[in-house]
Structures are given as C-alpha cells and as structure tokens.
Design a protein around this ligand. Structure first.
Ligand code: ATP
Ligand code: MG
Length: 421
C-alpha cells in the first residue's frame, strides 16, 4: 500500500477530472459506496472459487463478531447499494465511481495491495448498445490522455446455459490431462473449471490453449448480441481482437467481456477489464436486472500515461505574493484577499512565514508561479505594489492598489500571448 505524495497528486487530479467530465457528459452519475462490506456480499457475487475470494480479501471481524471485508472491487458494493436504496426498482442507472480497492496480492510493479479503480456501471440495460458505449467511452479516455499503445480484447461468454455447456466440455477436456494440471487447477477441475483458463501459471498455457472455447457454445441470442456489438465498434473505428479464451477473473460475467491491454507495462498489462453481469442482481436477491460494467486500474493508467509521453501536471499558482518589512502584513492580506474576490480564476499563493526579500523570492521561484507580487515598506507608503515576471523577461511594473486586479490580469494575459507568439 503506498502513499500518494503532493508532487504526484496534481497529475492524478487532472486525469481523474478528465474521466469524471467525460462520464458526466455521457449521462453517468457518480455513486460513492462504503469501502467495507459484509464478507458474504463478495463471496456471493465474485464467487467462492476465485483468486480474489480464496486468496486476496482483507477480511476481519468487527467488535460484534460480524465478518467484514475491505472491498476488492466495486461492482458488488454498487449493486448492493442499488438494491438497498431502491435504485433498481423499474429504473435504469448509469453510474461511475472512483476509489481504493484492497487485495492481498504479491506486490510488484503494477500490482499493489491498495490500488485505485475508476468504475463504470450500467444497470438495467440489456445491450448491446450500452456495451458498445462503455467501450467507446474507455477508448475516448485513452485518446484524451494521449495513450495509443492499447489493444482491445473481446469475447462473449454467452448466457448461463451456454456457460454450463462450456463448463461440462471443459471438465471433460481437463479430466483427460488431470496429471498435468497444477495444484490450483486440479482443485478447480470440478468446482470451477472456467477458472483454469484464467491461470497465470506459464506451465498451464499449452493445455489451456487446446481447451474448448466459449464461442463454440454460444446460443443464438448471445451470438446476435455479440454481432451487433462488433458492428457498433467497427463503425466507431475501434479495433479489437476476438479472444475466445478471455474469461476474466470474476465469476459473475455473462455475454460480453473485454479487456484493454498494453505491452508497455511489462507483465501487468491489463489497464481495464469489464463485462456483462446479467445474473448478478438476481443472484444477490434482487429482480433480474441486465447490467454491464468495467474498471480501469488507475495506477496502471497513470504509468501508461507517462510511458506514452504524458507530462506530469504541476499545481503551480499564477502569482506568488511577496510581502517584506514591518507593517506590511495587514495591507498584504487585504490586497491578496481583495484580489481573490475580484478575480477568483487567478491563483495566488501568499507568502506565509515571513522571511527576507531574497528568501521570499526564492520561494516564489520554487512555487513555479508566473509572476511575483511585491509589497515592501516603500510600496505600502506609496499605496503601490510591484508585479514582476519570474519565468521570462517582462520587466517589473508598479501599479496602485485599486488597479492591482486588472493590471495583473492584463500582465498575465500579455505574457501568455508572448508565449504563444
Ligand atoms: P489481473 O489479471 O492483472 O490480476 P484482474 O482481472 O484481477 O487483473 P480486475 O478485477 O478486472 O483485475 O480489475 C480491473 C483492473 O484493475 C485491472 O485491469 C487492473 O488494471 C486493475 N488492478 C487489478 N488488481 C490490481 C492490483 N493488485 N494493483 C493494481 N491494479 C490492479
Ligand atoms: Mg487479479
């Protein structure tokens, strides 16, 4: 679990803002759900025989002996919230959420025990239109961040019935190679053979590559759904690879599943995964509600943003207010707050903590502000204030207090034009 330090948070904020604005523009609304839920919720939704539930959950008892778990993913909590708040009662919901998730995994690059996901969920939509929209949104996110090194993998798992047929075929197939299975896979052979396809053990790859694939068992409806989705993606110019072996790590998926992958991040190359979970709401005791969702791994997204040439975002002020000498503090505060009232868009950092002219100018420089506002004893006596460019030769000008806001705005605007020219 890592700390996110002040130098990095501005980039996180900027990227989160892009995602937030985009989702809001598509008519999705934010939902915030608790980080802790009853353990049972995750067991029933993610599935007992999965890596997440068997090995990765942070589970503990509260003071009342109730088993609780730090959320390993967001969908289960969002569906629970939808049910307990009546949001799914004859309604459809397009939702997004962003926050920390917890999984007890072996920490390595791109794999952490506390990580952040940006989740997008559409409940009450049978698709395939919404399936396409979700994928188009994610594709637009990559474009907005200048990320081009991603590929879309797509599959259909079919309905519960076609999954059952596939499951039987898988058990029959892997039974024939029982002795070649690793311990994990042997354990899952009868309990959940689909999970063997998701194995991360390289020794299992050859066996897995010969196994029956989901697409051989698709029912007509899933087939039509998948075909319309592909047409919509084709029209949107989104390139994808149908990967019949893509099953995803959680149990609740049906029909459409997808992953956005990159080869730029080493072994942890999946930056977004998602799929349709038409059975989940009823499995949790609600009315049957078709739904689809996906989750973007924020740490991996930020890393990929950098790898693709994205620049770190700096949270620097436009102006740094330097106030030196005795009896300047009161006029300085009056001026700076007046300026903030008049032009809320101008970002001004006030020098707090005193210091000599030289040390305050050093702080002004370190703040990466474009200009310094300079107020000394002479200026106070004359009711004037200095404006001085810090990043370029703009010369220093002196303006009267009532002129400060307008003069500073003009000064900054002129500097901007100088830069563009
Ligand atoms: P993986 O196959 O890498 O373990 P997953 O299938 O377990 O991924 P999902 O549950 O689909 O992952 O989560 C969606 C996204 O969240 C992943 O694509 C990834 O970007 C991110 N993610 C998952 N686990 C972690 C983790 N431990 N650390 C950082 N990011 C993660
Ligand atoms: Mg995982």
């Amino acid at each position: 679990m890592s700390d996110l330090l002040p130098l990095e948070t501005a980039t996180w904020q900027a990227i989160e803002l892009i995602l937030r604005d985009l989702l809001n523009a598509y008519g999705f609304a934010e939902i915030r759900v608790p980080i802790v839920e009853r353990t049972d919720l995750f067991k029933r939704s993610i599935g007992e025989v999965t890596d997440v539930v068997e090995k990765e959950m942070y589970t503990f008892e509260d003071r009342n002996g109730e088993s609780l778990t730090l959320r390993p993913e967001a969908t289960a909590g969002i569906v629970r919230a939808g049910m307990t708040n009546g949001l799914l009662h004859n309604q459809r919901q397009k939702l997004w959420s962003c926050g920390p998730m917890f999984r007890y995994e072996k920490p390595q690059k791109g794999r952490y025990r506390q990580f952040h996901q940006f989740d997008i969920e559409a409940l009450g939509y049978a698709g395939p239109d919404i399936d396409a929209e979700l994928i188009i949104i994610t594709s637009r996110i990559w474009r907005a961040l200048g990320i081009d090194a991603v590929e879309l993998e797509l599959n259909s798992l079919g309905t519960a019935e076609s999954r059952l047929e596939h499951r039987q075929a898988l058990t029959a197939y892997f039974e024939r190679y029982k002795d070649d299975l690793d311990a994990d896979s042997r354990d899952r052979l009868y309990r959940n053979p689909l999970r063997i396809l998701d194995s991360k053990n390289p020794d299992m790859m050859e066996l897995v590559s010969g196994a029956p694939v989901t697409t051989d068992f698709l029912d007509a409806e899933s087939e039509a759904h998948f075909s319309t989705l592909r047409q919509l993606l084709d029209q949107a110019g989104i390139v994808y690879r149908v990967n019949p072996r893509l099953v995803r790590g959680l149990d609740y998926y049906s029909k459409t599943v997808f992953e956005w992958v990159t080869d730029k991040l080493g072994a942890q190359g999946t930056i977004c995964g998602g799929g349709r979970y038409d059975g989940l709401v009823s499995q949790l005791g609600g009315k049957p509600t078709p739904a689809i969702g996906c989750a973007i791994g924020m740490e991996r997204l930020l890393e990929l943003y950098k790898v693709c040439g994205g620049q770190p975002v700096m949270n620097s002020p436009d102006a740094y207010f330097v106030a030196v000498g005795s009896d300047v503090l009161l006029p300085a505060f009056s001026l700076v707050e007046g300026l903030r009232d008049e032009f809320p868009d101008i970002r001004v950092e006030m020098n707090c903590g005193g210091g000599s002219f030289k040390s305050q100018m050093k702080r002004a420089d370190r703040s990466r502000a474009a200009v310094a506002l300079i107020l000394g004893e002479d200026e106070v006596a004359e009711k004037m204030i200095g404006i001085k460019a810090l990043r370029e030769d703009g010369g220093q000008i002196s303006v009267s207090w009532p002129e400060l806001g307008t003069a500073l705005k003009q000064y900054i605007d002129n500097m901007g034009m100088g830069n563009n020219g």
